[in-house]
Design a protein around this ligand. Structure first.
Ligand code: HEM
Length: 255
């Protein structure tokens, strides 16, 4: 790390749109850090595909606007849509189980503590991170290699939403075979929530949590890639990113 050319720091923005223009081009010495092991990347992209399939087919199940005529037998469209929904649901459950396993065996960027802002420093950094996203004092943003505290909180939140979708989804699925294994395992959920219509309502409303989360997630990834210029988006394909050698990272103790 000796003889490192100092990187230019950026000024405080003077106008709403001026931040991006003030970021200097990358220069100086960079290190490549390996963050996301291949199972994490595979799980990420499998989840993306599952969520697209589940949201599209789920919204169609809720409001089947393409149904042609009153007799569905010739085209069996709803049957196929439901099949895709349940197949994607099964893959999502498999991915969720693997992700839980990976909370214990993954590297420090994907293990359990990386998903919960439990340390006091994470809570004070979370506020600084909010100010960074609001373009207030961006130069004071805390630097993390893995998830920043706001990401930790939002990813944990979306995992809980996904678990609720799985639980409510299986509770509905079980109703098609009263007395069957899934029915017996999940029927208490309808009783707990006050009836299957409520379960269905929760399943429908939480779909919108994904429809809100996904564009924000994509926008913030593109924004970080553009502003930090360290290959953030590539990291979920290649596994790592380049970081400036002179930059201190809160979660980069042993770099
Ligand atoms: C994040 C993932 C998921 C999303 C976004 C999603 C979305 C939806 C939506 C919007 C509906 C229509 C609700 C309505 O009637 O208004 C639906 C229905 C349904 N979903 Fe999901 N879902 C997901 C996961 C699951 C899972 C894991 C299962 C488990 C088997 C599941 C099983 C069902 C069932 C059984 C129905 C009702 C189908 C029917 O009435 O024929 N879903 N889903």
């Amino acid at each position: 790390m000796n003889n490192v050319t100092p990187r230019p720091v950026y000024d405080s923005p003077r106008g709403f749109f001026s931040l991006a223009r003030k970021i200097p081009p990358p220069s100086g010495e960079y290190h490549w850090v390996y963050l996301w092991e291949w199972p994490i990347r595979a799980m990420h992209w499998a989840t993306v595909l599952c969520l697209i399939a589940l949201v599209v087919t789920g919204l169609y199940i809720g409001m089947p606007y393409f149904i042609i005529g009153s007799d569905s037998a010739p085209h069996f469209l709803m049957g196929w849509v439901r099949f895709v929904h349940f197949a994607a649901a099964a893959i999502l459950v498999a991915v969720a189980m693997l992700r839980i396993y990976w909370l214990f065996v993954g590297n420090r960027f994907s293990r359990l503590p990386s998903l919960f802002p439990l340390r006091p420093r994470d809570w004070s950094n979370m506020w600084k991170q909010v100010k960074f996203y609001l373009m207030i004092q961006p130069e004071k943003a805390p630097h993390y290699l893995g998830h920043n505290p706001l990401q930790q909180l939002s990813y944990t939140g979306i995992y809980f939403v996904a678990i609720t979708m799985i639980v409510t989804g299986f509770a509905m699925y079980g109703q098609s075979n009263p007395g069957g294994l899934i029915y017996n395992a999940t029927n208490w959920i309808g009783i707990l929530f006050g009836g299957m219509p409520v379960v269905r309502f929760i399943h429908h409303v939480l779909t919108w949590a994904f429809l809100i989360f996904i564009p924000i997630h994509v926008y913030l990834s593109i924004r970080a890639d553009h502003l930090e210029r360290t290959g953030v988006i590539s990291s979920i394909i290649s596994g790592g990113r380049f970081v400036p050698a002179d930059q201190k990272y809160i979660d980069g103790e042993d770099l």
